[in-house]
Design a protein. Structure first.
Length: 510
């Protein structure tokens, strides 16, 4: 029924909104403000409060450079603030027909570890929770230098590493402690994410600290190989401090800096690093601390991650989005690709033989005009997904997909199934982007049918670890891959030619 439902959490009561279809609690604080002495420190659980806290509006987004392509919510409705560690809970208004707690899906948004927020229109979740009959949790975590830069490796004595990952872990613990009060089942939690959010999913799967916090995982286009060790992290952090013109010994100065100065310095490093070192990101989870002792891609490809059933996949044309946006994040032009190929052999662990340039490029001989886009798609997304699926399938059911569907206009313009184009299909909402031309040449009805199938599969997986019918787990013999298009089809060893060119050995940046 319509109203302002109140739920009592471990820290205090929160009042949400119920429109008769869905009940939503927005802007629930799960951590103390990560400011002042807590800047570049692990999050601290929210202190208890008295009375009833209003939870009718989203909390602030993590500070970031505004990006017109990533609106954080309705115009004027969302602000940015360093005090950003809030989460949201959405569920159907009606009681579950089963009489049992609903499965829980916890979403980690993407954005190259530098942009985005849970308040983005596409993540509001009403269609998803109604069709899947789940309790949805979305959350903000610290971004850019505040969440993914290891300034401690550069000499800032009191700083800690992997702050955003620690934020996510704290939010997952909040789910374990509180979601039952919202009608969710803490023993049926699926963590899912896209792009950087999916990268965090793979980091969780490789982190001993995440054990027991979720039962299933979905990784949509994870950049699983783009995580670096302490030496490289220290290099990036020193570059950041140089832009600030602050010494690492000036700890008090760093904690008192205006957050805009941090955002500006972070934006400079964000652009410089991939231009100088094609294929590398300035901000990403850090390898070598207590949370991530080893590279997640290595752990997962060797079958040593958490034994959690996994859905993992990529989009067919990932890199066309980066080409369209002229983004420096992926090496697409020939000069950048040549520099990446020259640098990669020295990046590999001892004993790992990098495939020959000729063998790799032979994979793309049939489509030479799109070679840069294809190489970038595969080294950044597809090959890490294949290596992860091969290893993780030895310890838990693993389901591999490739999302191929694109409306006619996107196909004709060469965009195709680009990075992030699967999001409206997962969330069931095609009206959240300003001036979206996707259906100018038709295809809306087919897209809605594809979305219904995708949501049904994700929901089935969240209910029991099997993503619907006709999708067999990946294994070393069949290597079954679900191709999601106008119609779904299961293809044995879809990526045989790709694997032959790139080889079976896992390639990473150190």
């Amino acid at each position: 029924m319509n109203g302002r439902p109140v739920v009592v959490t471990a820290a205090g009561a929160v009042r949400g909104r119920d429109d008769g279809r869905v009940a939503a609690w927005r802007g629930i604080r799960y951590a103390e403000p990560p400011t002042g002495a807590l800047r570049w420190r692990a999050p601290v659980p929210a202190a208890p409060w008295r009375g009833v806290a209003e939870a009718g509006a989203f909390g602030p987004a993590s500070p970031q450079r505004p990006n017109p392509a990533v609106p954080l919510g309705p115009p004027g409705a969302v602000r940015m603030d360093e005090d950003c560690l809030f989460l949201n809970v959405v569920r159907p208004s009606a009681e579950p027909a089963s009489g049992r707690p609903r499965p829980v899906m916890v979403w980690l948004h993407g954005g190259a570890y530098a942009v985005g927020a849970s308040s983005q229109l596409i993540y509001h979740g009403e269609v998803l929770v109604m069709s899947a009959d789940v309790v949805l949790v979305t959350l903000n975590y610290r971004l850019g230098p505040l969440g993914f830069l290891d300034v401690g490796a550069a000499g800032v004595a009191t700083a800690q590493s992997n702050l955003a990952l620690r934020d996510v872990l704290l939010a997952l613990r909040w789910v374990q402690d509180n979601i039952h009060a919202f009608g969710g089942d803490p023993d049926a939690v699926t963590v899912f994410g896209q792009s950087a959010g999916a990268g965090l999913v793979t980091a969780l799967l490789a982190s001993p600290a995440a054990g027991g916090l979720f039962q299933w995982a979905i990784a949509q286009s994870p950049p699983a190989g783009s995580m670096y060790g302490p030496e490289r992290s220290a290099t990036f952090a020193r570059r950041f401090l140089e832009h600030l013109e602050v010494s690492p010994e000036d700890d008090a100065v760093l904690r008192d800096l205006p957050v805009q100065a941090i955002v500006d310095a972070g934006a400079a490093v964000y652009t410089e690093i991939p231009r100088e070192h094609p294929g590398r990101l300035a901000f990403a989870p850090v390898v070598g601390d207590d949370l991530l002792p080893e590279p997640p891609l290595r752990v997962l490809s060797e079958g040593r991650g958490l034994p959690v059933p996994l859905v993992i996949g990529t989009n067919r044309d990932e890199a066309t989005l980066f080409r369209l946006m002229r983004s420096p994040l992926l090496p697409i032009r020939r000069a950048a690709l040549e520099r990446m190929f020259a640098a990669l052999p020295a990046e590999q662990a001892p004993g790992v033989r990098f495939p020959s340039r000729e063998a790799v490029l032979a994979v793309y001989a049939r489509r030479p005009l799109s070679r840069g886009v294809r190489v970038a798609t595969d080294i950044a997304f597809r090959m890490p997904a294949l290596w992860t699926a091969a290893g993780h399938s030895t310890i838990a059911p693993t389901f591999l997909y490739r999302f191929d569907y694109a409306p006619r206009l996107l196909r004709l313009t060469g965009i195709g199934a680009a990075h992030a184009t699967e999001l409206p299909y997962v969330w069931g909402d095609f009206a959240t982007l300003p001036r979206d031309p996707s259906f100018f040449l038709g295809g809306r009805r087919t897209a809605e049918a594809v979305s219904e199938r995708v949501r049904a599969r994700w929901a089935a997986f969240a209910r029991g670890g099997v993503p619907g019918t006709g999708w067999r787990p990946y294994d070393a013999d069949e290597r079954a891959t679900l191709v999601i298009g106008r119609n779904d089809r299961l293809v044995p060893d879809l990526d045989a030619r790709l694997r032959a060119g790139w080889g079976e050995q896992v390639l990473t940046f150190r």
